[in-house]
Design a protein around this ligand. Structure first.
Ligand code: 13P
Ligand code: SF4
Length: 361
């Protein structure tokens, strides 16, 4: 075995996954001039109107895509509200700016609509780390358990599940199942699963996946940053390791973190999630100071790389191209869609009953 082989073997899976993602990630086109950007935005606006299409964007995508979604009557939201909004939209076409599971969820809920994505290769390490065949074998070992899967999974994995959850409703849904005396298989995010266990006191059979962005937040460096900014509140997404969660003042979904910045009286926040969320945080609380939590050690040149490489694959150019050419259509095999829909609808119905999402008039 030569040195190269040895090096290749010693790369941890999560890091390799990040390297692969960075290799395929389309840059968000920093080389475009202001006039070129404006032209693309105008084209997108015209196409959206002509085709009765709406943009549904996640908080982690490029600022300009979030702004476009808002300006054109679309939605910028967390994954739960994206699903809820898309299901109630009157548009013929939804263009989902996010990652593939978000497009697939929209298609499950609205099979009559055309669902487009700027780049169908925009995936998620949690989805990639939970292959349906292996997951089915895993579940078969525990036939008396309810299968609860995070939204960040493929349609095939959702088709195996009894319940789908997001970080915006996982606590409520697992607490509900616990009250009914159910035993639970949880997949795929190990850290979110751990946080749910801590909060509810339930023990679950857990799949050991992780998010390549949140898994990287560093405990020691975050503690040091907290000490440097004793007046800052720390906001942490529960996909982060438990030692990082333990340093948080607020733990919650992207929506919960934005509401914390908006509603808490504090002026300074250290934020442990993808920094794409700063666009919305700055919008709802313009005067407040936001600091990204560290993903690198103190000697690293990059102190924080908290940006999802797959979310970064959404750009003005590929958004305009997918609308223009009707490319990037999300399709799901019908038998899978119908099975997966049952667990997604159960989640949405529960969330609407609990007031966790809006019911549009
Ligand atoms: P939210 O459900 O909080 O939007 O998070 C989705 C996600 O992919 C977080 O990494
Ligand atoms: Fe998946 Fe993490 Fe990217 Fe969210 S940030 S889409 S969990 S890889």
């Amino acid at each position: 075995m030569d040195i190269l082989d040895l090096q290749a073997k010693s790369i941890p899976a999560a890091l390799q996954s990040r390297i692969d993602a960075l290799a395929i990630a389309a840059p968000t086109a920093p080389w475009l001039s202001a006039a070129e950007k404006q032209h693309l935005k105008d084209t997108i606006k015209t196409l959206l109107k002509q085709k009765n299409a709406q943009l549904v964007a996640h908080y982690y995508v490029d600022d300009e895509l979030q702004a476009l979604a808002e300006e054109t009557g679309g939605k910028v939201a967390d994954s739960l509200e994206m699903a809820n909004f898309g299901a109630q939209s009157k548009a013929d076409i939804l263009v989902v700016c996010g990652v593939r599971f978000m497009g697939e969820t929209a298609k499950m809920l609205s099979p009559e609509k055309t669902i487009l994505m700027p780049d169908l290769n925009a995936t998620c390490s949690l989805d990639e780390g939970c292959p349906p065949e292996e997951f089915a074998k895993f579940c078969a070992k525990y036939p008396d358990h309810k299968v609860v899967v995070y939204a960040n999974t493929s349609a095939e994995v959702k088709a195996i599940a009894d319940w789908v959850v997001t970080s915006g409703n996982a606590l409520e849904i697992v607490s509900h199942l616990k009250a009914q005396g159910e035993k639970i298989i949880w997949a795929p995010d190990q850290h979110l699963g751990n946080w749910i266990e801590q909060q509810t006191g339930i023990e679950m059979i857990r799949w050991q996946g992780n998010c390549i962005v949140h898994h990287e937040f560093q405990t020691y460096e975050l503690q040091a940053l907290k000490e440097k900014h004793p007046d800052a509140k720390v906001l942490v997404h529960p996909e982060s390791p438990k030692e990082v969660v333990a340093l948080a003042d607020v733990v919650g979904s992207t929506r919960v973190m934005i509401e914390a910045v908006q509603n808490m009286p504090d002026q300074k926040f250290i934020v442990a999630t993808d920094y794409g969320i700063f666009y919305k945080m700055q919008q709802v609380a313009p005067g407040k100071t936001l600091i990204v939590a560290p993903t690198g050690g103190s000697k690293n040149t990059c102190n924080s790389c908290a940006h999802c490489p797959w979310m970064a694959m959404n750009s003005l150019q590929n958004l305009a191209a997918c609308l223009q050419n009707m490319t990037g259509e999300v399709l799901i095999e019908e038998s899978i869609r119908v099975k997966a829909l049952a667990s997604v609808e159960r989640m949405l119905q529960f969330s609407r009953q609990q007031g966790l999402v809006k019911i549009q008039a």
